[in-house]
Write a protein of this length. Structure first.
Length: 515
């Protein structure tokens, strides 16, 4: 009797848990390489089947039959523990193929919303027979995403998603808080809830918009934050945040203090400005009450992302945003100080430890100030020693020219430079410009290594931005209300050093006239 037979007999006699299985002793590199081979074998097979029978499936309900057959095969491959490793790994692409077949057909036969509901229910049903936790989490995540799509009904990103996240989180709370009698059902609900929470947190981060200057990392289209606020959502979000704080205080008597009330008011104010924060608060409160510390940490990171999106609130000017953040920080510091004073006295730290911390703080402060001031000195040197050079701006559609408190810039010489994507760590390229009598630089050629320049030629270094090259910067920032003044810009005014480094110092109009 092999070990599979032995385990089956033990389950039948009730000696072990019905969900028990032998631990997988296969090395993970073997599993990984076998899975890769299974995927590489599955793609050609699926492509050949689609090419041979695609027309038949489109004209009939055969796609449903193929999808159901693929799902049944995938469940059998992934459910049975005694399958060869290669056959077992074929189950995942087979599962995805079955879901894709049924999803494509449902999208043709039903409205989008009902098709999403049907696919979400199918994912939940498939998670029941599949005993692997990671597969159940993925199917739960897919069901949550489809459920959000069905509830929201489209219009994203111009319509907020976070209210529907609250509805989905209510379903997750029901899964987690229900006392399931069957161990199998409880394991299913646990995995489904974990997968759903991850998707809900990601949806809240996307709902908040761009954050933490990630726009400089690549072509990220997260610039819709100003569409998601207002419309009465602020008051509702503040009420939700206060409700979460009240529930936590009701369950944990230690929180029934004025300090917690002050924190609740601050959370409500922040949620009124950034409504997705209320959704994060609901998920964080749920995880805290159930002591799910990992998801609580993920909620905290999502909250930081949402708070960082406040920088991109274009309906606020920069000065007002700075004052709001300073006021919030001051209140938080006062609450923290108040909380520290309320703590019982502790033993004083050793003098050597106190000195070490003070020295570390002093060194960190000095290093930070040194970095900042070195950058300032470099810019001041460039302003003082750099030669004035004007670069012609390319025509831009006036409707997309002005975006809040900055203007998008494009340069005429970039059309002559050509397109090639920046590579991480690669040296910045330089171009050679010919400076005319008015100080305007005209593109001559790319600079290929050290070469002699004519008396009227200048080097200019390009900078990476959104997966392409630009001149110094692709944006010009100005104070709110000055849009009309800068719309007449025709030239960018630079200060350029002999080695090609440049700094954007202003914009000029026709004939290099100051604006």
């Amino acid at each position: 009797m092999n070990r599979t037979e032995l385990l089956r007999v033990a389950k039948a006699k009730g000696l072990v848990d019905p969900n028990a299985h032998w631990p997988d002793s296969r090395p993970w590199p073997v599993v990984l390489m076998t899975a890769l081979g299974a995927w590489l074998a599955a793609f050609p097979l699926l492509g050949a089947a689609g090419a041979l029978f695609g027309a038949v499936f489109e004209r009939s309900l055969g796609l449903y039959g193929v999808g159901v057959a693929a799902l049944a095969l995938a469940v059998w491959l992934l459910r049975e523990r005694g399958q060869p490793l290669f056959v077992e790994q074929l189950g995942v692409p087979t599962l995805l193929a079955g879901l894709l077949c049924i999803g494509v057909r449902l999208a043709k036969d039903l409205p989008d919303r009902w098709a999403a509901v049907a696919m979400a229910l199918l994912c939940l049903a498939l998670a029941a027979p599949l005993g692997r936790t990671w597969l159940r989490m993925l199917l739960g995540a897919a069901a949550a995403g489809l459920g959000l799509a069905a509830l929201h009904g489209g219009g994203w990103p111009r319509q907020a998603v976070w209210p529907w996240v609250l509805v989905m989180q209510g379903a997750v709370v029901g899964l987690w808080w229900t006392r399931w009698r069957e161990a199998r059902v409880a394991a299913w609900a646990e995995a489904i809830g974990n997968g759903a929470v991850g998707v809900l947190l990601a949806a809240l981060a996307l709902d908040a918009g761009m954050s933490w200057l990630v726009g400089g990392l690549g072509p990220v289209p997260w610039n819709w934050t100003h569409h998601l606020h207002g419309g009465g959502w602020g008051a509702g979000a503040a009420a939700v945040a206060l409700g979460v704080a009240a529930v936590l205080a009701w369950r944990w008597p230690l929180l029934r203090t004025l300090r917690w009330a002050a924190c609740a008011v601050l959370l409500a104010l922040a949620s009124a400005l950034l409504p997705p924060l209320a959704g994060v608060a609901v998920i964080a409160g749920t995880c805290a009450l159930q002591q799910r510390w990992r998801w609580l940490g993920a909620s905290a990171l999502t909250a930081l992302w949402v708070l960082g999106s406040f920088y991109y609130r274009l309906d606020w000017d920069l000065q007002s945003k700075a004052l709001a953040l300073v006021a919030l920080s001051a209140v938080l510091a006062a609450v923290a100080r108040w909380s520290v004073r309320a703590l019982p006295p502790i033993q004083p730290e050793p003098e050597t430890l106190t000195r070490s911390r003070s020295l570390a703080l002093l060194v960190a402060t000095a290093a930070g100030l040194a970095v900042i001031n070195v950058g300032i000195l470099q810019k001041e040197r460039l302003l003082a020693q750099g030669e004035p050079l004007f670069v012609e701006l390319a025509p831009v559609d006036p409707r997309s020219l002005m975006q809040g408190d900055y203007m998008r810039l494009n340069y005429a010489l970039l059309r002559s430079v050509g397109e090639w994507p920046p590579r991480p760590g690669a040296q910045r390229p330089q171009v050679v410009l010919k400076r005319d009598a008015q100080g305007v630089g005209h593109f001559v050629r790319r600079a290929e290594g050290p070469a002699a320049l004519a008396s009227d030629e200048r080097l200019l270094e390009l900078s990476p931005k959104d997966g392409r090259w630009t001149v110094v910067s692709d944006a010009w920032f100005f104070r709110e209300g000055e849009a009309t003044r800068w719309q007449a810009a025709r030239y960018a005014e630079l200060r350029v050093l002999p080695d090609g480094r440049a700094l954007l110092v202003g914009l000029r109009g026709e004939g290099q006239k100051a604006l």
